[in-house]
Structure formats: structure tokens, C-alpha cells
Ligand binder design. Structure first.
Ligand code: ADP
Length: 635
């Protein structure tokens, strides 16, 4: 194949679909295309400056990095140009012809057709270059990678409807130019005043000058982009370098959108200039919404950007943030690291270690502050990222108490749905003589809040934390106490107290009935480790109880389904001797009926845990026999 020939390609089907949805759902925010293109241009300048640290010839012929915007009123075109790193042909195909994001498919699966919902979805998914198609019916991209020969320029064009063409062209200047052939209805973006207002609103504080060609100069000087005919319209000083006092909330919000490509405002941020043994700046943001794949832990490339003396070095989220803070976005700019710092060096550098420790502290401070100052917004954070933060309990020993202070849980003492409680609140509510922080884990909130294990706790008014994130069972395996109080699962071990005595009309304390328990145990065989009289149940007939060190049933099943070996551990079956079913068992004359009832007691306890039965059909048969009151032989 001749690399210079023109080729026409189809977009991946997904790209086409995303484009269609994006144009539809972002139309009311259509002006974001300008910010997205400027962000890309600014990133391209950052990358070139970094590469030029090793090879200054890359910059030599045109050392002033900049972004230029030019309007062609007659042609109905808007041009956004940078003299940054540029792209070669493979890069154009790879970056512009595909949307190489793991979230694409998920996005399409979740897209609803509801404009507002899809807008939020697509916002977290990031739109970038493709946002040009909101306002343009044709987009041309001309680019040449820094260091490549002028003959190796690339021309790419698409009408956004399914195909693009690509060919090699002569391009004297390095960098990228995006030409938007504006739709008839979008000619407002040919108005310089409108564009300038957008730049100052969205892009004032990116680190490179954004220049407009002034009308008069354009007339005088024709095509060539002479410096004299250009006017810089932004501040062009990287936002994080400015003193906090010079910045307002809108500045911070606009800058966040630049670095994150998020359409939503950030939830909060923290900006610190640190001087002392080391001099560095950090600017950290918490997004409003988690990316779709946050729990898969993949989208880290846009985490935290590392700069050294204002020069972008790399995305260094991995080196500067522990895994459980992977949702943080922002910038760290160090004056002390060497400009030629490599990834390997970052791993072991002592200065980096200190910056990382400071970033963790600032991030946790920021979250604590939000929790203290605005509980409602903190809950928004919690709903999005709480399950991620919980990983920190296991991962980050040194900060366990601090992270524990940030945890929130549903509880049996919630007065309304969606309420959350902190551990401090739990401690404050519990009676002075209570030594244990009680909790239950289940695979849904419903299963947790309806668990039979809660009965005795409800009866006695003892608060229980209801945990239903997947990670909870794992986290609680490591999280054994908080402020000197031990955590215990209400579904494991003996609870150590008994139901209140003598319900009205009921018998007094139930005498233990060892024969009955033994007989049930005999019927159930290896399915249970023991059958004992329950201290927990006041209403249900039976429940399963695990050893204190054992994995909850729903987790066992999850792991088994994932093909992992889990050690066998038969649970204890607890039965409520005051329950009519148990009373019936005691006097049951038919062996078959006794066997059926004993199995049902066990199987309903499995079901109440959210577990699955080994043989559901047998369960149904037994149940039907018991309900029909028919002897086994005739069933
Ligand atoms: P994103 O910027 O969110 O990764 P885009 O669709 O905007 O997604 O761009 C995809 C990729 O194309 C970028 O990551 C970058 O590698 C490349 N790219 C886009 N614009 C430019 C540009 N002006 N100069 C160089 N590369 C660019």
C-alpha cells in the first residue's frame, strides 16, 4: 500500500453512535467544542515542550508555543491551530479515527435517550475532539508531527456521518490545525467577540497564549500569520501558579474542565503553594461524578499531572496518588525535581515520596473539610466514590483512622431512606456500656435491612450498620476496631445476649430441647455444623450463623461463581424455639413431615441470607407437601 495515497475509512460503529448521541445531548452546551479543542492544543504544546527537553531541535525553528484562532467569515470556517507536538499518520488514525476508551460500550449500553441523563453520561465519558461536530458539518484536520519532514503532513477530513478520509500532504509548519466548516445555523461562532468571550470564560488560565488575528491586520497582511497581526486574549499564566487570592471559583471550575475534560463542575478543590525544604504547588480536585469504570480501576490516565518548573512532564497519578484516591484530579508542580525525571526515577525518588505523602494528606483534609462544612455535598461525594475510598482502609494503614472518619453507612437507626451515618455518630448514640460496633454485610441494602439476624437488635434498640457495597465484607476483614470499640458482624458468632423474656401470651424462657435440636441436625447432616437455639431471632424461625472469621455467604457465592476455591465451612443453623414451626416439629409424628420441615427451616435461612439453594426444585416439592399437609407417599 502506498502510504501517500488517499484512503477512506469507516468509523467503528460505536464511534458513529457516540457521535450521534453526543451531538444530540450536548447541543445545549454546544460552545464547549472550543474549550475541548483548546485543551487538546494546550496538551499538544505541553507534550512538545517536554520532548524538547531531550531534543531542543524540535522547537528551534518556532520556539514560541501558542494557540491561534482564526475566523474565515466568507468561507464560514473557524480554525483552531497549535504549534505543538502534532501527529503522524498512525497517530491520526489511532487517536482521531477511534474512540479508544473502555467506557464506550458501557456508555452506549447506559445511554437512555433522555437528554439530561445522556449529557451527564457523555460528560463523564469525555468528548474531546469530536465535540467539533456539534457545530460543524465537516471537520478538516491538518497536522505534522514535530521532527517529521514537511512532506509527512497529514490531512484528515470527515463529515461525522460514518466515514473519514486521510492522506499525506505537504505541511511546512509543525503542529495541528483543526478547521471547522460551521453549520449554517452556527455562524455565531464566526463572531470574534463571541469567541473572545468564550476564551476568557473557559480558557483564560491555560499556560499558553491564545491569539486572535485582528481584523485590520488580517486585511493588511493577508495569509501569513505575522506576529504583528495577532493579539493575545488570555492571561496565559498557568492557573495553579497564581496566588489563591487572585482566583475566583469560576477560574478554578474552568481550569478543572480543561484538565479533566469533564463537563460537570468539580465538587471541591484544594490549592496549595508549599515552600520549605521543598517548593511545590498542588491543585487537587474532586469530580462530581465517578467515571463509569471507576471500580474497574482503569481510567487513570487523566489523574494527576506532574509539572516540573511549569513544564508538563507526565500524568503521574500512579506515582503521586495511592490507588484508593484514584478519583482525584489535578496538578502537582515541583521546583526541585530534575526536568529529565523518568517514570522509573519517580518510583524511588525521595522527593516524590514526600510530595505523595503531602498530596494524600491534602486530599484527606479536603474531604474532611467538605464533610464538616457541607454534609449534603459530602454525601454526593460519598455516593460516587465511597466504595473506592473504602479500599483505603485496607491499603493505607497509616491513615486508617482518618479514612475511617470519612466513612458513611446506612443504619437501622436511619429515619429516612438514603440517610448515612458516620462512625462518630454511631459511637455518640450508643449506650456507654456497649462495647461493640455492630454491622451486617449483604449483597443489597434490602437484604441487609431485612435480615433475620437483625431481629434481636431491633427488639433491643441496638443500632446496626447496614453494609451492602461489594467491598464491605473484604474491608471489614481488616477493619477490626474504631476508637477502641470492636466491630462485629451480627451474622457471625454468638451475639452474647438473649431476647427479652416473655412475650405476652407466650411461654416463659424456652427450655433448651436438646433432642429436638439433635434430631434436626441429624436430618440436615453435613449441610450445617450445628443446630442450636437462637439468641437472635424473635420473629423468624431460623437463620444461619457463621464463625467470626468466616466469609459471609453472599461473598462465598460470589467467589465461587467467579471460579475461585473457597474453603468449606458449614454454617450453624439457629432456630427460634418460640416459633410455631418449631413447636409443630416437636410434636410431629410423621418422619417424612419432620424431614421436610427441617430442610425447609434450613433452606429458608439460606434464602433469607440472599443465598441460592443447591436444589430449588426439591425445596418447592417439600414446601408443597407441607402446605398440602399430604403424606410423602401420595405427593
Ligand atoms: P482526548 O483529548 O480526550 O484524549 P480527543 O478525542 O480530544 O480525546 O483526542 C484524542 C487524541 O488525539 C488526544 O489524546 C491526542 O493524542 C490527539 N490529539 C487531539 N488533538 C490534538 C492536537 N491538537 N495535537 C496533537 N494531538 C492531538
Amino acid at each position: 500500500m502506498n502510504p501517500t495515497e488517499q484512503q477512506t475509512h469507516s468509523f467503528q460503529a460505536e464511534v458513529r453512535e457516540v457521535l450521534r448521541l453526543m451531538i444530540h445531548s450536548l447541543y445545549s452546551n454546544k460552545e464547549i467544542f472550543l474549550r475541548e479543542l483548546i485543551s487538546n492544543a494546550s496538551d499538544a504544546c505541553d507534550k512538545l515542550r517536554f520532548e524538547a527537553l531531550r531534543d531542543d531541535a524540535l522547537l528551534a525553528d518556532d520556539p514560541d508555543l501558542r494557540i491561534e484562532i482564526e475566523v474565515d467569515t466568507d468561507g464560514g470556517c473557524l480554525r483552531v491551530r497549535d504549534n505543538g507536538i502534532g501527529m503522524n499518520r498512525e497517530e491520526v488514525t489511532e487517536h482521531i479515527g477511534t474512540i479508544a476508551r473502555s467506557g464506550t460500550r458501557q456508555f452506549l449500553e447506559q445511554a437512555t435517550g433522555d437528554e439530561e441523563l445522556d449529557r451527564q453520561l457523555i460528560g463523564q465519558f469525555g468528548v474531546g475532539f469530536y465535540s467539533a461536530f456539534i457545530v460543524a458539518d465537516r471537520v478538516t484536520l491538518l497536522t505534522r508531527r514535530a521532527g517529521d519532514a514537511p512532506s509527512e503532513g497529514v490531512y484528515w477530513e470527515s463529515a461525522g456521518s460514518g466515514e473519514y478520509t486521510i492522506r499525506q500532504v505537504e505541511r511546512p509548519e509543525r503542529g495541528t490545525e483543526v478547521i471547522l466548516h460551521l453549520k449554517e445555523a452556527e455562524h455565531e461562532f464566526l463572531e470574534t467577540w463571541r469567541l473572545r468571550a468564550l476564551v476568557s470564560r473557559y480558557s483564560d488560565h491555560i499556560g499558553f497564549p491564545i491569539r486572535f488575528r485582528t481584523e485590520a491586520a488580517a486585511d493588511d497582511e493577508g495569509e501569513a500569520p505575522e506576529a504583528g497581526g495577532w493579539e493575545t486574549v488570555n492571561q496565559a499564566s498557568a492557573l495553579w501558579t497564581l496566588p489563591r487570592a487572585d482566583l475566583d471559583e469560576d477560574d478554578y471550575r474552568a481550569f478543572y474542565k480543561h484538565i479533566s475534560h469533564d463537563l460537570e463542575d468539580p465538587l471541591c478543590w484544594s490549592h496549595n503553594h508549599v515552600e520549605g525544604a521543598q517548593t511545590y504547588i498542588n491543585l487537587l480536585y474532586v469530580p462530581s461524578r465517578a467515571p463509569l469504570d471507576i471500580l474497574l480501576q482503569r481510567d487513570e490516565r487523566r489523574g494527576l499531572r506532574l509539572y516540573v518548573k511549569r513544564v508538563f512532564i507526565m500524568d503521574a497519578a500512579e506515582q503521586l496518588l495511592p490507588h484508593y484516591l484514584r478519583f482525584i484530579r489535578g496538578v502537582v508542580d515541583s521546583d526541585d525535581l530534575p526536568l529529565n525525571v523518568s517514570r522509573e526515577l519517580l518510583q524511588e525518588n525521595e522527593l516524590v515520596g514526600k510530595i505523595r505523602a503531602a498530596v494524600v494528606k491534602r486530599a484527606l483534609d479536603m474531604l474532611s473539610r467538605l464533610a464538616d462544612e457541607d454534609a449534603e455535598r459530602y454525601l454526593e461525594f460519598w455516593d460516587q466514590f465511597g466504595a473506592v475510598l473504602k479500599e483505603g482502609i485496607v491499603e493505607d494503614h497509616a491513615h486508617r483512622e482518618r479514612i475511617a472518619g470519612l466513612l458513611r453507612f446506612a443504619s437501622t437507626h436511619d429515619s429516612e431512606a438514603g440517610q448515612r451515618t458516620s462512625l462518630a455518630e454511631y459511637l455518640a448514640r450508643m449506650p456507654a456500656d456497649q462495647e461493640t460496633i455492630w454491622y451486617i454485610t449483604a449483597d443489597s441494602h434490602r437484604a441487609a435491612s431485612h435480615s433475620p439476624h437483625l431481629e434481636i437488635f431491633r427488639q433491643r434498640g441496638i443500632e446496626v450498620l447496614l453494609m451492602s457495597d461489594r467491598i464491605d465484607e473484604w474491608m471489614m476483614g481488616y477493619f477490626t476496631e474504631y476508637e477502641g470499640r470492636r466491630f462485629r458482624s451480627i451474622a457471625k458468632g454468638e451475639v452474647g445476649f438473649e431476647p427479652a423474656q416473655a412475650e405476652p401470651g407466650g411461654e416463659d424462657a424456652q427450655p433448651a430441647r436438646p433432642q429436638l435440636l439433635e434430631r434436626i441436625a441429624e436430618v440436615l447432616g453435613e449441610a450445617v455444623a450445628e443446630v442450636r437455639a437462637s439468641q437472635r431471632l424473635t420473629e423468624s424461625a431460623s437463620c444461619l450463623v457463621l464463625g467470626e472469621q468466616e466469609l459471609a455467604l453472599h461473598m462465598r457465592q460470589l467467589l465461587q461463581q467467579a471460579g475461585q476455591a473457597v474453603p468449606d465451612a458449614a454454617p450453624v443453623l439457629e432456630v427460634n424455639l418460640g416459633h410455631p414451626l418449631l413447636k409443630r416439629l416437636e410434636t410431629e409424628a410423621s418422619d417424612q413431615a419432620f424431614t421436610d420441615l427441617a430442610h425447609i427451616l434450613h433452606q429458608q435461612a439460606v434464602l433469607a441470607e440472599g443465598g441460592q439453594l443447591d436444589d430449588p426444585a426439591a425445596f418447592v416439592q417439600r414446601l408443597n407437601r407441607v402446605m398440602a399437609g399430604a403424606p410423602a407417599e401420595t405427593a
